[in-house]
Design a binder for this molecule. Sequence first.
Ligand SMILES: O=C(O)C1=C[C@@H](OP(=O)(O)O)[C@@H](O)[C@H](O)C1
Ligand SMILES: C=C(OP(=O)(O)O)C(=O)O
Length: 428
Amino acid sequence: MTVIEIPGSKSVTARALFLAAAADGTTTLRRPLASDDTEGFAEGLLALGYGVEREPAVWRVEGRPEGPAAPEADVHCRDGATTARFLPTLAAAGSRGTYRFDASAQMRRRPLGPLTAALRALGADLRHQGAEGHHPLTVAARGVEGGALTLDAGESSQYLTALLMLGPLTRKGLRITVTDLVSAPYVEITLAMMRSFGVEVRREGNVFAVPPGGYRAADYAVEPDASTASYFFAAAALSPGREVTVPGLGAGALQGDLRFVEVLGRMGADVRVGADATTVRGTGRLHGLTVAMRDISDTMPTLAGIAPYAEGPVRIEDVANTRVKECDRLEACAENLARLGVEASTGPAHIAIRPGTPRAAEIATRSDHRIVMSFAVTGLRTPGITFDDPGCVRKTFPGFHREFAALRAAWETGRPAPGALPGTAGAR
Ligand SMILES: O=C(O)C1=C[C@@H](OP(=O)(O)O)[C@@H](O)[C@H](O)C1
Ligand SMILES: C=C(OP(=O)(O)O)C(=O)O
């Protein structure tokens, strides 16, 4: 058995930083993710004048229910969509100040129009410097009135999450009617975490009612990242007789991406989801399947990475919004499978992958962390796979290559590799 300590969840860390900054009091975050996305979020808060202290396993945030302390600031959101969508929303709730936001070239291309249109409809003074609905943008904080709005979150659930978290900071509260919603389990994370910071959202079907009144500081432990765990679970599913256990992700986990193990189970892996840990064991069987991944699409590339080794075709459907992530992930997966000599075809919202025998090649990463980590799993069975930008894993898991190499070495030699924890390939 190999026990893997997975770093904290990006999604949970980003929400915790927002909620802590808006709360009354000092919040302690335990085991937050330290990666480019979350460090970028924390540094954005610092630029806005919030107090954030970072020690390796504990971050502390001084809440300011009245909004940012800085009268003006330039905030660079890097490549993180949570930062680029949540921070301008938080800033808009401040009572005074002018804040300029910008982001990486790819994040400038990624959309946020439905969110910024909603913020304006609620009374925020928000201007786009270039293209409408994209970074860079300026927010002149003067508080948000609140009220009723209709939102299309069919492109990104993050629009809804940002508005839900804004709700308690508005004067009247919010009543949001959602017409379409992708990545729905992420909204469940938001609702559960708002509850941990003292706010109960009333939900009736597609209508969310958020009361005004603000957040309470918390002592909050961040659970391991389920999307990151998917690479290690996939590695086990691919390796007959190998078993990976991830502690801290069990039946009570907040993240929908843990449901990726159900896909591995359907393909033939042994899967056990316990109270506080999940185990996947490779059985030597890997069936093809057709699966809709609209709810858990960050794990679409993980499945694409192991699909060539399945006994039958793998068809992944309902993942159109993976085209507006760190890259166009459907085309990135198809292009790289072709580089490996595997047949794959795409449509507007799907990818179909034929069984094959991947050969060594360089992966064109398009600077997407998930393309690297997914094809690293392919590399367990195909020696010689390399990456044109291996370092882009820093977005969510800077230690990925070290930890994955340790797992591989442990399985090849039967002993933990140098640097790995005894009996584990643990990333703390
Ligand atoms: O709210 C979140 O933390 C996230 C929501 C998802 O995005 P979309 O809702 O844009 O699909 C997911 O892909 C992203 O990695 C994190
Ligand atoms: C899509 C992702 O990130 P984000 O949208 O938060 O930038 C991801 O981590 O796969």
